[in-house]
Design a protein around this ligand. Structure first.
Ligand code: MEV
Length: 433
């Protein structure tokens, strides 16, 4: 640990703040104990430059594993889904449920138009009170005209202006205007923020008030994607338990998540395991997508599971509906080599297409989690993946990882130090003669 003085001297100096990435890394090497593995693990020049171009005070990059889940059969097409995640079992779970549904017609999806909203909050300085909202509403055409030059290219692509709403917050004596814009393939934050700022002076002039702030809303309740599947219950048959029983248990588990908030949060976290991993692989704004998802889950005042399951005769149906503000252009999306490739692998969908794929991934993640939870539990799968990490930490590389994982499992080795000691002996035993 650094003392406060050293921390300030080392990391706040101009040399650190304004120098190139290599200078910062040299400072870290000299001053930050335990930095060897970090510095060693990320030395790719192209990636260091990319990091510098993307964020301030870059010191390196963090390699999150990227894997392919699938194939998933979505709307009649097969997809391998790029998922970037640090969590073991996410990819295996998505692939498992994807395989199950692919054998029975796959997943069908749909998505609304990608409409985003921005809010402008205006303090009522002229004492208009709620009458101010009528003045603003009457000026809707002027507000639209003011925005048209910046919306033109979006309008040409079929998006653009989708109207506005006004409201009055008595407790704060604030009017607020909500602008709605169809952002087509973008996430829309820049466009919405610029639009909201552009109409600030006009709104102040109209009301005699003062704009407090103008910013998009991440709620995204008008940017919804849906996914659904149907499975014959016999496809869920397992030794010791009938398929129908498993299906009924899945339906019950999902119903509990609709009724109990503590469970709903975990249920939805599982859905986001897949969606956030796809968002990261496609260099989308994971926080915006997560914020919208959790707000939607709480839209009636209680956090509820985002998915629904029900039985019709011998068929299990599952569906998921949620906001998914995915983008295929803008921000880092079409800049980062990984996201460019990830999108190419998905056959370069438009933003709605990507959000539909994301909905399918979320639903598969959820189906796999619920099936495991109501059958064998999830620890069984997790333990074997934990053993792989232990095998790596102990020093195994390449083919040794799998072979030594078996030893860890067989001998129930739990700690890193025990795994390291045993690995040394195991290596000797397996040394070439
Ligand atoms: C673990 O990352 C996700 C689960 O907890 C989801 C769930 O409980 O539904 C397994």
């Amino acid at each position: 640990m650094f003392s406060r003085g050293t921390m300030k001297k080392v990391f706040s100096g101009k040399k650190f703040r304004l120098g190139p990435v290599h200078q910062r890394r040299s400072i870290i090497e000299a001053e930050s104990p335990g930095s060897e593995d970090f510095l060693h693990s990320g030395r790719d020049e192209e990636m260091l430059s990319l990091s510098e171009a993307m964020v301030e005070q870059a010191v390196g990059y963090m390699a999150v594993p990227l894997g392919l889940a699938g194939p998933l059969l979505i709307d009649g097409r097969q997809y391998m889904i790029p998922l970037a995640t640090e969590e073991p079992s996410v990819i295996a779970a998505c692939s498992f449920a994807g395989g199950l549904t692919a054998r029975h017609g796959g997943i069908s999806t749909s998505a609304s138009d990608p409409v985003m909203a921005a809010q402008i909050f205006i303090e009522d300085k002229g004492g208009l009170g709620s009458a101010g909202i009528e003045i603003i509403q009457a000026a809707q055409e002027s507000i639209k005209d003011k925005l048209m030059p910046m919306l033109l290219s979006m309008e040409n692509r079929g998006g653009g202006w989708r109207g506005m709403e006004t409201d009055w917050m008595e407790s704060e004596r604030i009017f607020f205007v909500t602008l709605k814009i169809d952002v087509r393939d973008a996430m829309g934050a820049n466009l919405l923020n610029s639009a909201a700022e552009r109409v600030r002076p006009l709104l102040e002039q109209l009301t005699g008030g003062q704009v407090l702030m103008a910013i998009l809303s991440n709620r995204c309740e008008n940017r919804i994607a849906r996914a659904a599947f149907s499975l014959p219950v016999k496809s869920l048959l397992r030794p010791g338990s009938g398929g129908r029983e498993t299906a009924e248990r899945i339906v019950k588990a999902a119903r509990i998540a609709r009724k109990n908030s503590d469970r709903a949060v975990t249920h939805n976290k599982g859905i986001m395991n897949g969606i956030s991993a796809l968002a990261l692989a496609a260099c989308n704004d994971t926080r915006a997508i997560e914020a919208a998802a959790h707000a939607y889950a709480c839209r009636d005042g209680q956090c509820r599971g985002l998915s629904e399951y029900w039985l019709e005769g011998n068929v299990l149906h599952g569906s998921l509906e949620m906001p998914l503000p995915f983008a295929v252009t803008g921000g880092a999306v079409d800049f980062h080599p990984t996201s460019r490739w990830a999108l190419a692998l998905l056959d370069n969908p438009d933003a709605r297409g990507l959000s539909r794929i994301a909905a399918a991934v979320g639903l598969m993640q959820n189906l796999a989690a619920l099936r495991a939870l109501v059958c064998e539990g999830i620890q069984e799968g997790h333990l074997s993946l934990h053993a792989r990490r232990l095998s790596f930490s102990a020093g195994a590389r390449g083919e040794d990882i799998g072979a030594y994982t078996q030893v860890i499992r067989r001998e129930a080795i739990r700690s890193r130090s025990a795994a390291m000691n045993r690995f040394k002996r195991w290596k000797k035993e397996h040394a070439p003669l």
